[in-house]
Design a protein around this ligand. Structure first.
Ligand SMILES: *Cc1c(COP(=O)(O)O)cnc(C)c1O
Length: 350
């Protein structure tokens, strides 16, 4: 019995998401917040988690977490939230819900790989509209493409991953106004961008805003949220697996979101480090640094493969995007110490 005879060809064509072994490495490959919670808070958190009734199913929609997110993230009145096991799960739910036969998903490219993966999983037709050579957003070209193959679903990462670019607000607005389908603005890096479309939700019936706590400092608990009109949330909620956000995640999120200023202060440190790291990277010979509004830099080097291998040998893990993005590495902003190690290693590795 061979799986190849039974599986859908689009699944056979995919590769599983692989993550390299990071034990003992300076881990700058996954846009994680490098700072732990202060130890007093960790002890308090352990207490809070010990009170969770693990024998009981979690509250199915995470009601208290939603209420707290609505308050702490200034959800506009009249809008609702849907929680996901990471925003990855929400991308999946949205795509599954909108995947009428023949529907097109459109996104600027390069962008977050999960958009295309979910289009394939759900049988949508993926149209990746190239960014300009310098990775800036060509709104003209995008809107022209929306006219020629009207998408039911548009994903825009704001700021974009893996480039770090924050597209001009008016360009994004033009896309939202021109789109006949749903526009998902993926604000995974909002804490580092200082810009958001959250407050504009009430103005645009075809807009939803997707966010995650992962890049903010809680990648381990897997919690994403989707904000939008009740009419959208109600439909996507039907696609949600029962109990998709587990009780420990809900308890941890409640605990940390009550103390959101701790993560916000860490994000401010990361933004300050970003400026210093960006300037230092630019001083390296043969390195092109693309401007970033996120917690990472896309850099172009002479030979990405060689540089990546040399960094690894020195214990530094970054993301090699080559050959998809020619000679490009994506480097997460770490602690000052980690960034120093990176820069020293990079001097050797170029
Ligand atoms: C990291 C990332 C996500 C996924 O985040 P999770 O909540 O951890 O699943 C979504 N969108 C973009 C653009 C990202 O970079």
């Amino acid at each position: 019995m061979s799986p190849e005879k039974l599986l859908r060809p689009e699944i056979l064509a995919l590769s599983a998401y692989r993550v390299p072994e990071a034990q003992g490495m300076v881990k700058l490959d996954a846009m994680e917040n490098p700072y732990a919670l202060p130890s007093a808070l960790r002890r308090e958190l352990a207490e809070a988690l010990s009170r969770v009734d693990l024998n009981r199913y979690p509250e199915p929609t995470g009601r208290r977490v939603r209420e707290l997110i609505a308050r702490r993230m200034n959800l506009p009145s009249g809008m609702e939230l849907l929680l996901g096991n990471g925003s990855d799960e929400l991308i999946h739910m949205i795509t599954l819900a909108l995947a009428r036969p023949g529907t097109t998903m459109m996104y600027p490219a390069p962008s977050f790989v999960m958009y295309g993966v979910n289009a394939a999983l759900c049988g949508m037709n993926a149209v990746a509209v190239p960014l300009r050579e310098d990775f800036s957003f060509d709104a003209e070209a995008f809107i022209a493409r929306m006219k020629s193959s009207p998408p039911g679903l548009v994903f825009i990462a704001y700021p974009n991953n893996p480039t770090g670019a924050l597209y001009a607000e008016e360009d994004v607005l033009r896309v939202i106004l021109a789109a006949k389908g749903l526009v998902v603005l993926d604000e995974a890096y909002h804490a580092f961008a200082g810009k958001s479309f959250m407050q504009r939700l009430p103005e645009h019936p075809n807009l939803v805003v997707l966010r995650t706590l992962s890049k903010l400092g809680l990648a381990g608990i897997r919690l994403g949220y989707l904000a939008g009109r009740p009419q959208w949330i109600e439909q996507f909620n039907k696609v949600r697996q029962a109990y998709n956000v587990n009780a420990l995640t809900q308890a941890a999120a409640l605990f940390v979101l009550e103390r959101l200023e701790v993560l916000e202060e860490q994000a401010a440190r990361i933004r300050a480090e970003r400026a210093a790291l960006g300037a230092a990277l630019e001083r390296l010979p043969g390195v092109t640094v693309f401007p970033s509004h996120a917690n990472f830099f896309l850099v172009r080097v002479r030979e990405a493969e060689r540089t990546d291998q040399a960094l690894r040998r020195q214990g530094v893990l970054v993301k090699n995007l080559h050959p998809g993005l020619r000679n490009c590495l994506r480097i997460t902003v770490g602690t000052p110490e980690e960034n120093r190690i990176l820069l020293t290693a990079l001097h050797e590795a170029l």
